[in-house]
Design a protein around this ligand. Structure first.
Ligand SMILES: *Cc1c(COP(=O)(O)O)cnc(C)c1O
Length: 376
């Protein structure tokens, strides 16, 4: 029996023609016409002024921090319930992450915890250089509340929308609210270039500077001339070709991801100790992965049993404030003095296979298998 994977890449078939065009014109390089078109298409799709395509989503976050002039010792506020790539670039710059708990309605940054953290920081005279919010599994955070706090303290927001391309908050695309937004086109994301990312902003001059930094900060002279530290962070012209075709089917992919979620939801509706990931009113999640919480059961045990049945499941993100690498970093829980929400999610949660090529039979098999495991 074929293994049912978590979220494998799903090509539309049109990708090859863009790759072939790159080969035919011998444009086998970073930069080139596919990159330009991919950037234009992404800007149009998200209704944002400017986009620079990057080699990874992590590189895009790093560029955003460089554009905000993050220095060693600066603090960066970040969601704790996320993948470590959200904050690794802060470590590259020797900045100090401060972690903010999740809240139950979005699984994203808790405005309550953020407020306490900002009040403390203001009192100490050590406001953060940036706030990195993460729209986890495609679900928007409470943008109005978070942006109001960020604006009150005048702190720039970086939206890590790596998992949330195409999701919206009050009709507006995620990734376009903050000073900077980032997307990822890694192999497991809702659309992929095999590896790639993008930095977006309504500040065109900032994006132009990011593009400059991502091409070794080479000044416009007749010879190689450098004033700033640069990086080699550009997307390849071949991979951008894959991205152009993938973007054309993004809405189809979102519809399928949402249908997969709904089918699971129906399949588990009568099981009282299963709670599906919520979707906040006035938001639309791309439902990148179907995730759920299971009361009174050990998700590791369930995952192992699913694996034995050929089903790839995953635990939810282990909170960053619980990671050994961050054992000395400050953390603000949602409700002062109570157990963190993010730890609760990690202890109870599971991601189920959500590949957009899954058949209904495969999905029914996952549902039946889960029900059998839980009935034991
Ligand atoms: C995938 C991911 C990233 C990193 O993207 P890469 O393209 O793999 O570098 C960052 N943040 C989150 C939340 C992610 O899921």
């Amino acid at each position: 029996m074929e293994k049912i994977l978590l979220s494998p890449p799903h090509m539309s078939g049109a990708e090859q023609s863009y790759i072939d065009k790159a080969f035919a014109t011998n444009w086998i390089a970073p930069l080139g016409p596919n990159v330009n078109q991919f950037e234009r298409d992404l800007a149009a799709y998200n209704s944002v002024e400017a986009v620079t395509a990057t080699s990874t989503g992590t590189a895009a976050i790093h560029l955003a921090l460089k554009l905000l002039h993050v220095q060693p010792g600066d603090t960066i506020f970040c969601s704790t319930f996320t993948f470590i790539a959200s904050i690794n670039p802060a470590l590259y710059e020797k900045a100090v992450p401060v972690f903010i708990d999740a809240e139950k309605n979005t699984w994203g940054m808790s405005p309550k915890a953020l407020q306490r953290a900002l009040e403390d920081a203001a009192e100490k005279g050590q406001l953060p250089k940036a706030i990195i919010i993460v729209h986890i599994y495609g679900q928007s955070v409470k943008m109005d509340e978070i942006m109001a706090l960020a604006n009150q303290y005048n702190i720039p927001v970086i939206e890590d929308a790596a998992e949330a391309l195409g999701s919206t908050y009050k009709g507006k695309k995620l990734g376009t609210f903050g000073e900077f937004g980032i997307y990822s086109f890694n192999g497991n994301k809702i659309i992929t270039t095999s590896g790639g990312g993008a930095l977006v902003s309504n500040k065109e001059s900032a994006i132009n500077h990011a593009r400059f930094l991502s091409t070794q900060a080479k000044e416009q002279r007749e010879y190689y001339h450098h004033v700033e530290v640069g990086y080699n962070y550009r997307l390849s012209n071949i991979l951008a070709g894959i991205g152009i075709a993938q973007l054309q089917v993004l809405e189809e992919r979102i519809a399928k991801k949402r249908a997969i979620f709904d089918h699971y939801e129906k399949g588990f509706r009568d099981i009282s100790n299963i709670t599906m990931m919520p979707e906040l009113a006035d938001t639309k999640s791309n439902r990148w992965l179907t995730t759920l919480l299971i009361q009174d059961a050990d998700p590791i045990e369930i995952m192992k049993q699913l694996t034995n049945k050929g089903i790839e499941a995953r635990l939810l993100w282990k909170p960053l404030h619980c990671q050994p690498i961050f054992k000395d970093n400050p953390f603000y829980e949602h409700q002062k003095g109570t157990k963190s929400v993010a730890e609760g999610l990690f202890a109870q949660g599971l991601c189920l296979p959500s590949g957009t090529q899954m058949t209904e039979e495969q999905q029914n098999y996952v549902i039946t298998t889960m029900r059998e495991i839980l009935a034991k």
